[in-house]
Design a protein around this ligand. Structure first.
Ligand code: GTP
Ligand code: MN
Ligand code: MN
Length: 610
């Protein structure tokens, strides 16, 4: 295979910018299959960003926003059918069906490859095939996790530049033979000669497919973030979770936060909440407790490995934030607002103000007129949302006003506490500490949340979402839980993070939130730190160690004390009602359910009965 056989190569000479034979052979093979008009290696430069964003504006995919308010920023309005992850179209194609487990869609890899090969045939006609080399995690890692996405979407290329370390530097790292994850993406909308493009090409047939053994991703038909930016959910969670299982580390749907006490003591905290349940908010928290400070390391994904000291060290594999816009504002999340306002941001499916600004529900200064996410006129009495509930901003991590300086350190940071949490209007208290690593694993294994708009499905229905990983597991959930149990068995528990379960979303009878949340969550974080230090009290309840209102610093909190009490209440009858739901879920996990989880379940039932 020589470089010259790659058709329509668009570069500075006739040579491709790499000698990586496997990469070149794969690009060649995909180009032959998909028939693009040209092949372009993305270099990640400013010039490339300008060229592609200009092209996207020209094509009607992007609207350039007001440069004075949001410099170098753009709004994309997607096809109304292509607005979220499509879990029903997401497949884990392991060699054996039992390795995908009961929570994933599965198809035999050969069959899937045959089906998708036919979909890919000619699917890039009239388009450009971009070769996007990317690295998940700092470039200076000992064992950098590399990938190459082949895509026919300019939107994907510019978004990948924000979300990952991407371009020439990564191509250099790939050298001539470094292994990499092959990530193939097409919007699935070929153009016949003379056919006009649409602003948001996509296909009604969608597949988001993972081949965990081959460490490959094939995505077809969608342009939406989680389906199309393949470094994120597909690689950094689904493929990486399979790698982590084999190699003895953890790839988790977790934020990474640095918390600094008034005495300048530093604590790193990781937290797993399902999509749209507050990771980005907590990652950017402004503590309300005097003297406490917080800095951000990551808002969505944590890769955790053991250090030589036996502690778990976390790295954020991403390079940007892909955050939920609605609900983000100057009071709920000023850090996100400042990051966005620095510009270089791609918005998807928010609304546009008459002066070219971006707007979404709950943002301050609601205008009297907008162009909504569907491109239609909108006024406050339109009776519909201006921004899609899952509209997003995609903005560089480097613009965060309060980054932890070590966010780009390949060593990662030692984690002191892991938080699990979901969105439950009842039953689950504000905070609850596990009795042990295994009990904490049980908490994570049985955590539950009400469905949000971040994926298709009935908003509000309760589902079990272990470690917030259900949509992102690259293998059998039972094996995954066993992996967590084994980490406890193979470690000195004193070195492991302490595990807590939080719920910011409990509601009173009149449906109001019992706990004010957001910056006030720092009061809960302070209690967590004091538990780690052994200085805070808690009650041993059947479900874990739960504080009373007296154990939490509530100085200056503007909230009804009865509400706080109610937010912390452990109601044995409510928990007994939870038992059959947990039982049903454990049954569903099936034979691979670790005995450690079953033991914890039996122990919980006993404690509830005594
Ligand atoms: P993904 O990025 O999809 O994985 O989700 P995420 O976990 O980062 O969710 P995000 O932080 O964007 O939270 C989205 C929703 O949670 C918004 O509607 C917020 O207003 C709400 N939220 C976040 N923190 C709190 C809180 O402490 N209390 C309450 N009541 N709502 C919160
Ligand atoms: Mn997420
Ligand atoms: Mn988020």
């Amino acid at each position: 295979m020589t470089a010259a056989t790659i058709p329509g190569l668009n570069g500075t000479g006739d040579t491709v910018p790499t000698k990586h034979a496997e990469l070149l052979a794969w690009v060649q093979e995909v180009a032959e299959l998909t028939q693009p008009d040209r092949v372009v290696f993305a270099d990640g430069s400013d010039a490339e960003w300008e060229r592609l964003t200009d092209q996207l504006v020209e094509a009607g995919t992007f609207t350039r926003l007001n440069d004075e308010k949001l410099p170098n920023s753009f709004l994309a309005q997607s096809d109304p059918s292509d607005v979220a992850r499509v879990e029903s179209r997401t497949y884990i194609c392991s060699e054996r069906e039992e390795d995908a487990g009961p929570t994933n869609n599965w198809m035999a890899p050969d069959e899937m490859r045959r089906t998708m090969t036919e979909l890919y045939r000619g699917c890039m006609r009239g388009r450009t095939l971009f070769v996007v080399p990317f690295c998940m995690g700092p470039l200076g890692s000992d064992d950098p996790k590399l990938g190459v996405e082949l895509t026919d979407s300019e939107y994907v290329v510019v978004s990948m530049r924000v979300m990952t370390r991407m371009g020439s530097a990564v191509l250099d790292l790939l050298g001539e033979d470094r292994p990499f994850v092959k990530a193939l993406h097409s919007v699935g909308a070929p153009l016949e000669p003379g056919q006009d493009d649409v602003p948001w090409p996509c296909n009604d047939t969608k597949y988001i497919t993972h081949f965990p053994e081959a460490r490959e991703i094939w995505s077809f038909g969608s342009g939406y973030g989680g389906n199309a930016l393949l470094g994120k959910k597909c690689y950094a969670l689904r493929i990486a979770s399979a790698m982590a299982h084999d190699e003895g580390w953890l790839a988790e749907h977790m934020l990474i936060l640095k918390l600094i006490s008034p005495e300048d003591k530093v604590y790193y905290i990781a937290a797993a909440f399902p999509s749209a349940c507050g990771k980005t908010n907590l990652a950017m928290i402004h503590p309300t407790v005097p003297g406490w400070r917080a800095e951000t390391l990551g808002d969505d994904i944590a890769w955790m490995r053991f250090g030589e000291d036996g502690r778990l060290y976390a790295v954020n594999p991403e390079f940007g934030f892909f955050g939920v816009a609605p609900g983000t504002n100057w009071s709920s999340n000023p850090t996100a607002m400042k990051t966005i306002e620095a510009g270089n941001t791609v918005f998807t499916n928010v609304a546009m103000t008459d002066d070219g600004g971006a707007w979404w529900e709950d943002l301050e200064n609601q205008p009297e007129h907008l162009i909504d996410w569907l491109g239609q006129d909108w006024t406050p009495d339109s009776g519909r949302k201006a921004a899609h509930p899952n509209s997003r901003y995609c903005t560089p991590m480097s613009q965060c006003p309060t980054p932890a300086p070590e966010w780009d350190d390949p060593q990662g940071v030692p984690i002191s506490a892991i938080l699990f949490g979901g969105r439950r209007k009842n039953t689950v208290p504000l905070v609850n500490q596990s009795f042990s690593w295994q009990h904490g694993t049980f908490m994570g294994a049985t955590m539950s949340s009400e469905q949000t708009a971040a994926a298709e499905g009935q908003v509000g229905s309760v589902r079990r979402d272990p470690m917030a990983m259900i949509p992102f597991l690259g293998y059998h959930v039972g094996d995954y839980l066993q992996h967590w149990i084994n980490i406890g068995k193979n470690s000195d528990e004193a070195q492991l993070p302490k595990i807590f379960y939080v719920n910011w979303f409990r509601r009173g009878d009149d449906k109001r939130f019992l706990w004010p949340g957001f910056g006030e969550n720092s009061r809960v974080l302070k209690w967590i730190v004091e538990r780690i230090e052994g200085t805070a009290d808690a009650q041993a309840t059947p479900i874990g160690y739960v504080p009373t209102a007296a154990d939490i610093d509530l100085d200056g909190l503007d909230a009804d004390r009865n509400d706080v009490d109610e937010s912390l209440a452990v109601n044995v009858d409510d928990w007994k009602a939870e038992i059959p739901m947990i039982e049903e879920w454990l049954q569903f996990v099936g034979d691979k359910l670790p005995s450690g989880i079953r033991d914890e379940f039996e122990a919980l039932k006993e404690r509830l009965d005594s």
